[in-house]
Design a protein around this ligand. Sequence first.
Ligand code: GDP
Length: 692
Amino acid sequence: MMILTKKMIEIRSILQKVGQSSTLTLPSIVVIGSQSSGKSSVLEAIVGHEFLPKGTNMVTRRPIELTLVNTPKGQEEYGEFPDLGLRRITDFSSIQRTLTELNLAVPDSECVSHEPIHLTVYSPNVPDLSLIDLPGYIQVVGANQPLQLKQKIAELCDKYIQPPNVILAISAADVDLANSTALRASRRVDPRGERTIGVITKMDLVDPIRGAAILNDKQYGLRLGYVGVVAKAPSTPGLFKIGHTNLMSTITKQENAYFSSHPLEFGPEAGVNVGTTTLRKKLMNVLEQTMSSSLQGTSDAIKQELEEATYEFKVQYNDRPLSAESYLAESLDAFKHSFKQFTEEFGRPQMHELLKNELDQKVLDLLAARYWNKPIEDLSPAKPEVDSIYDLPKADPDSLYWHRQLDASTSALTKLGVGRLATTVVASSIQAHIDKIIGQSTFANHPFARDAIMEATSTILNERYYSTSDQVENCIKPYKFEIDVDEREWGLGREQVGNVLKKELKDCESALGSLESAVGGRRKLKEVMSFVDKARKGDVIVEGGDGRTGAGGFSAALLARGREAVFLRDRADIIKMRLLAVKSKQCAGINNKYYCPEVFLNAAASKLASTAVLFLNVELLSEFYYNFPRELDLRLGRQLAQSEVEKFAREDPRIRHHLEVIRRKELLELVLEKMESLRQLEGRERERRGGA
Ligand code: GDP
C-alpha cells in the first residue's frame, strides 16, 4: 500500500506552511528534458489533463511544483494554487491559463525565475505523487533571449536534480540517446544511475526494433530502467479538442494499440517497460521507496529546525505564549479599560464646558452683529465720571430700541438650533476622545481595528443623533419665550463674560501681531492701516492702480491685510471698551441688563447649556457608555472569523514575528509527531516482512 507517499505529501504541505526559511525538502520527482522532447505530453498523460502552458515562446519559465493527490473513486477532479488562494478549479483549461500567466509574468529579459509555482491536483485517477516540472533545456538561444539563458536553465535544473529527488529524464526516441540533454544532466549528479528513471517518448516515430533497443540500453544503464511511451495528445489543436477527462484513456488505448501490434518487440516476453500506465506505477513505487529511505534524514532535519525554533522562542520571547486570539482579547481588554477611565473623566461638567464655549462664541457673534458693528459714535457716551480713556456707551433703559436689540439677540441665541449644536459638539468630542484612546492603545498599529472602533463609535452616535437633538431642542423651548436671570446667575455671567472678552481681546491682538510679521514689521502695517483709515473717511481715493498694484502705492495683498488689521484694531478697541463696561458699576446688577447685553446673554447661554447637558447626558452619553463596549465586542470579538483575527494580529510586525515563531514551532512539532508515527509504521512493516 502506498501510504507513505500520501502521508509524506501531507507532511510536505504542512512544511510549506512553515515558511521560506525552511531548508527541509522531501523527495520529489523532477522532470527534465530538452525542448520538444515530449516532457509536457508525458506529464499531462500522467495527470490525464491538458493543463500545461503551450506555445513557442519558452512558456515554462518557473519551476512548477505539482502535487498529485489521489481522492476516492467518483469524486470530482480539480486543481488548486494554494499560494494564490485559488481553490477547487475544476476547469483544467483555466488552470492552463493561470499557469501561462504566471510564467509569462517573468519578464523576457530574465526568461527564468527560481520561484516555484505550487499546484495541487486532486483526482481519483492520479496516484499520490510529487512532481516538479522545469523549463526545458534549450540547444540554441533564440534571437530575443538572453545569451546566458542556456546557462540559467541548466543552473535551475541543477538545483532540483540533487538528492534525495528522483530524476525523470525525458528523451525522444527519434533522437540519439547520446545526444539526450536530460541523460547528460542526470549523469553528472547521478553517475551510477541510481535515482534516474529514463522515459523514452515518441516511440511511434521509430522502427519498433530500434525502439526496443533503446529501452534495453546498457550504455546509459539506469537501475530504475527505461519506460517507452506514446504520449502525444491525439488532437490537433484548433481542429477539435478531445474531452479533457478522456485524455488518460485515449492515450492508454493509443499506446495499447501501438505496443500490442508489435508483440515481438514490446510484448510480455520482450522484457521492456512500455506505456504511461506502467510509468505511473513505476513513479509511485520509486517515490514510495525514496520517501521511505529518506525518512530518517528528514526526521533529523525537522528535529534540528524544531530545536532552532524552540531556542528562538525562548531567547526572544521568553517562552511567552501568544495567539492571535489572546492578543486581540488582551488588546481589547486594555482598550476597554482606558475607555472606562475616560467615562469617569468625561461627564456633565465636561459637556457643559464644551457647550458653553461654543455658545460663548455664538454670543460674541451676536454681539458683534447687533451692538458692535455700529460706529462707536452711535453708542451714546457714558457718564463722564467713569474713569476711562474710552467713552462707554450708555443704553437708556427706557429706550425701546435697546429693548428690541436685547430681545432680538436673546431670541437669536435660543433659536440658533441649540439641539443640533449641542449634540454635534458632544458627539465630535466623544469621537475625538476615542480616536485619542486608540492612539494610545495597541490598536494604534492596527488600521483594521482602528476603523472598526471608529465605525462602532459613529454608528452609536449616529443612531442617537436625531432623537437627542430633538429632545434637547424640546427641553430648551421655554427659554425661547422667556429667560429669567436671577442675581446669582447675573453675577456669574458677569465674571464669565469678562473672561470671554479677555480671551477674545488676546486673540485679536495676537492676530494683529501675526499680520505685522506677515507684512514685514509694525511700521509697515501702521502705514497701510492709516491709508485704509483715510480711505474710509474719504480723504484718499482707494480706486486706482491697475488691479495688481492696488491703491496708494500698496499692493492689493497688502491693502487686504491693512483692512484686516484695521478691523482687528477696531474690534479690539470695542472689546476693551466693553470690558471696562462689564467691570463698571453699571453692570453690577441685573436691573441694568439693557446696558450690559454681554452679561445677560452669557447668563442665558449658561442656562441653555445646563439644560441641554441634562438631556445630553441621558440621551447620548449614558447610551454611548452603555453600548460602546458591547459594540466593540460585537465588532472585534466573537463575530470575527479566525482569518480576520489572524490578519489583525499580523498588522503589528512584532506580534507577527512572535506568532510566526510559535506557529513554526507548533507546525514542526506536529510534523515531527507525524514523522515518528510513520517511522514506527515502517518499522513494523519491515518486521512483518522480515518475519514472513
Ligand atoms: P516539451 O517541449 O518537451 O514539453 O514537448 P511537448 O510535450 O510539447 O511535445 C513536443 C511535440 O512532440 C508536440 O508536438 C507533441 O505533440 C509531440 N509529441 C510528444 N510526445 C509524442 C509521442 O509520443 N509521439 C509523437 N508522434 N509525438 C509526440
